[in-house]
Design a protein around this ligand. Structure first.
Ligand code: FES
Length: 652
């Protein structure tokens, strides 16, 4: 009779194997993704499988109760010590005895899928740069003298097919006692190498190491630095944290930092030191939060705009301050933590995503990695809104990119009652169509300003100002209810029929909230504020429109709003304002911090790095500053929603 048939699920891979073949061996031969750190020695339990019994008509097999060997001593001991889940077997111990269907649970897959909250987003498949390997090393022998490292390398080659693995001096300094303590059985963390670097031992533990290793995905923004600490074996985020970028003291926005470096001979160095110190503070904080030894952080991925990119690397951003905005390098960077004075594992790897252009940085590349416009059937417009808006437009055919100088108005700066998004800031607004009076919601408080109990509910935060999403909704609501006209002028109280409008010098203003009787602020929208928002939104819209011209289209299928700010914008209000082109409202979605997600993808999957490097090379860069059409679009887009562009979908 023929050999037993082994079918693996969910992959569906199948093959016949002689009786007595370990399940792990069958999986290996069929290319089934089944994990193992100990190489089949019954120590790591990463190889757990769930055999199914009974009739599998779908697969045309019946699995008898004795299709796998009985528990052996190794499995029994493992179960006694650690406990095997009901129905689970160790794939390296159980052997095939008859036809069998074997399920590989997600946690036993090396390339497991990491869950993302958004269904439409790209999948993250785990394939980290550093993996753990348990090896048994030959003991030294007086008759055949060789170094401990040489024997360790030989073991890695023979037991794991890892060739030419190198080790830093600090590994050599700790290796000998570890080998002896583990009785020549050790676990090593190996960085598998990349196109520029050979595989390298990052750490070594006696015996089987139960723990894991970690990586950092860092989004280095001009205002804040945010990081996710990820377990490289599960892909899980174990801690997330953020700090203000300490470079703020050299200038609020990027251009003022570039000019700081122009004015001060040591300016760039000072800023490099500041950002690295800030980063190290953040890393200490996040390691404490995640209860992780910083020495176990062996990989890090950075995304940032070009100026931050240069300042982190210690490159003077001078050239980025003037046309033609030449980057020192646009390519991806592969460095070591100690190149950047980072206080994680000293030979931890650092990967920086490529920059797209002098104005469109690695952060935009990370957004592209997260949202994958180059894989989309639909024509996607991806907008990352900040003081600069990075804009991507594309589909499978091609992808275009540009950046547009929106200025800080969307972050609440240069707005009379504006503030950053923080508890106490007005973030949602509605104007009553009858009374023309505004009601609002404040960050940190769940109910509307005209709901019962609002006074008590808002007591802890107070009402302090209006943030970017609040001002966008405010201006859009004012336009909807005829308080502001298309050119952007606030009418009088009489013209608009709103008791909230009051004469304010030569123009009119709108009173959103008056807290002066309680010692609070008076929150108003002035005509100047409207003007600031018009400029910012016109810049954004014109950038998008310019890319549409270049693409040869006059509408897009889908709009994705990226960035922390993007997550808070109401699509309808953004469209009423004419910030983004007309599109079906249900096709306007928020991607949250897509740059941060892109960093996480590149951290967890090394293939994604090669992928984004190729994508970035293929992206067509459009420089808004030299395009006459940009000015033309800008003038038209200053009107609300626009002087010439119709918004048929919005109005239907
Ligand atoms: Fe490690 Fe089976 S492979 S326990």
């Amino acid at each position: 009779s023929s050999d037993p048939l082994v079918i693996f699920t969910p992959s569906g891979k199948r093959g016949r194997f002689p009786k007595g073949t370990p399940v792990l061996t069958a999986a290996r031969q069929l290319g089934v993704d089944l994990d193992s750190v100990c190489g089949g020695r019954g120590i790591c339990s990463k190889c757990q499988v769930s055999p199914g019994y009974g009739n599998f008509s779908k697969h045309g097999v019946t699995v008898e109760p004795d299709a796998l060997s009985e528990w052996n001593a190794v499995e029994a001991r493992y179960d006694e010590k650690r406990g095997l889940k009901e129905g689970r077997r160790l794939g390296c111990q159980a052997t095939v005895q008859g036809d069998v269907v074997i399920d590989v649970p997600p946690e036993s897959q090396v390339h497991k899928q990491v869950v993302r909250k958004r269904a439409e987003a790209r999948e993250i498949v785990l394939n980290p740069s550093v993996k753990l390997f348990y090896v048994e090393v030959t003991e030294p022998d007086m008759h055949e003298p060789s170094g401990d490292l040489e024997r360790l390398r030989k073991a890695l080659s023979e037991q794991w097919e890892l060739e030419k693995v190198t080790a830093d001096l600090h590994i050599l300094q700790m290796m000998q006692p570890v080998l002896r303590k583990g009785a020549w059985k050790v676990t090593v963390a190996v960085h598998l190498g990349d196109q520029e670097n050979a595989a390298r031992i990052m750490n070594i533990w006696p015996g089987y190491y139960e723990g894991t290793v970690y990586g950092l995905a860092v989004d280095l923004g001009s205002t804040t630095i945010a990081a996710h600490l990820c377990d490289l074996q599960t892909g899980e985020v174990v801690a997330s944290s953020g700090v203000m970028n300490p470079q703020i003291r050299f200038g609020e926005d990027l251009m003022s930092r570039v000019s700081y470096s122009m004015m001060n001979p040591k300016g760039a160095d000072e800023m490099t030191r500041a950002v690295r110190e800030g980063m190290n503070g953040l890393f200490s904080q996040i390691a404490t939060e995640g209860n992780v030894d910083k020495n176990l952080i062996v990989d890090a991925v950075f995304v940032c705009n070009p100026v931050m990119h240069h300042l982190l690397l210690g490159i003077d951003p001078f050239e980025l301050g003037q046309a033609p905005f030449a980057l020192a390098t646009s390519g991806a960077m592969r460095l070591r933590a100690d190149d950047l004075d980072l206080n994680i594992h000293p030979s931890a790897r650092v990967y920086m995503l490529p920059c797209i252009a002098g104005h469109v940085g690695a952060d935009a590349a990370a957004v592209a990695l997260s949202e994958a416009p180059e894989k989309s059937e639909d024509l996607m417009l991806v907008v990352d809104v900040g003081t600069n808006a990075e804009i991507l437009l594309g589909n499978r055919e091609k992808v275009l990119a540009c950046s547009s100088p929106t200025g800080p108005a969307f972050e609440g700066a240069q707005i009379s009652s504006g503030q950053r998004a923080a508890p106490g800031a007005i973030e949602r607004v509605e104007i009553d169509p009858e009374t023309k009076v505004a009601r609002f919601k404040v960050i940190g408080c769940d109910i509307w300003s005209d709901d019962e109990g609002f006074e008590e509910a808002v007591a802890s935060t107070g009402i302090t100002g209006i943030c970017g999403s609040g001002i966008i909704e405010m201006v859009a609501e004012m336009r909807i209810h005829g308080i502001v006209d298309a050119p952007g002028l606030i009418g009088t109280a009489e013209q608009t029929g709103s008791p909230s409008v009051f004469a304010d010098g030569r123009t009119n203003s709108y009173l959103v909230y008056d807290g002066t009787d309680k010692g609070g602020p008076k929150i108003t929208v002035t005509n100047r504020d409207i003007r600031e928002i018009q400029m910012a939104k016109a810049a954004l819209y014109s950038g998008a429109r310019l890319l549409m011209d270049k693409f040869g289209v006059d509408k897009v299928d889908r709009v994705v709003l990226a960035g922390a700010f993007g997550a808070h914008i109401s699509p309808r209000h953004a469209m009423v304002l004419g910030m983004i082109p007309d599109a079906p409202l249900d096709k306007v979605t928020s991607a949250g911090n897509a740059a941060g997600t892109g960093a996480r993808i590149a951290l967890l999957n090394t293939e994604a790095r090669a992928e984004i490097e190729a994508t970035v090379k293929a992206i067509h860069k459009v420089e808004t500053a030299v395009e006459p059409r940009f000015q033309e679009h800008f003038v038209n887009a200053s009107a609300i929603p626009n002087a010439v562009e119709p918004f048929p979908i919005l109005n239907s």
